[in-house]
Design a protein around this ligand. Sequence first.
Ligand code: ADP
Length: 274
Amino acid sequence: MAKLTRQIDDAVLVAPGAKSQLRKRATVADDIFPDREAAEDATKENARAIDALQDALWAERRHSVLVILQGIDTSGKDGTVRGVFNRCGPLGVAVTAFGRPSDEELAHDFLWRVHMAAPKRGMIGVFNRSQYEDVLVVKVRGLAPPEVVEQRYDEINAFEKHLTDNGVCVLKFMLNISKDEQRERLQARLDDPKKNWKFNASDLEDRKLWDDYQRAYEIALDRCSTEHAPWRVVPADRKWQRNAIIAAVVRKELEDMAPVYPKPDWKPSDFQIT
Ligand code: ADP
């Protein structure tokens, strides 16, 4: 396990202060998980372990975990939530999806809505999109002046430092798919009647801006992979490899947090249930 997570992090971690070189990063992980069945078995086992660790996290009520999922349309953010956290009790995991901000949200600073959704002690919070949209779509589409976007990288770093200083373990995953894989996934949304509802013509507009998004991601990865909250770029063309990588990392990080069940200040033998 420790060897595997080291191998994963060698491949996916963006070293703080280093260039992320997003364009050179893999979108498949055949060297880490060559076998689909083995990867799926590992994911199931790690998902069960995540559930057990979260139980202790809740009992201990000292720390929380925030999993941030970012990636271009069709990169598999929803599928990751399903694939990695499906064994967790619904009480222990809070998933928040961030779409276009409401008028109320726009009337506040950009971190307001995000901070409100940060997981309380004992919980695992999962963000489907996040504060990073404010330096991604906002930058690419020019929704805020460049100087406003520019200051947000430091603001995000300071915000994440604040969270980690206050007991939140921040795990950031960029789901990295190739442009060809995105074409196939978008095409499937047109071809498969059960997927038609997922198709959104505006995704095609964003696809035309593929290079701009890649560049915006690269800058965010370069500037916001920190010691306290590093980025991991996950090869995501194969869903089962993506899930296996993320489940292994989340389990390992939870194990490192080592949550312990609190010891009562009374003896069970002092009580008798009649
Ligand atoms: P998804 O594509 O994640 O399944 P939606 O179809 O609701 O979910 O899309 C969410 C949309 O909201 C995306 O196009 C995303 O770029 C946009 N969005 C998220 N955050 C912001 C933001 N801060 N400013 C502008 N647009 C945003």
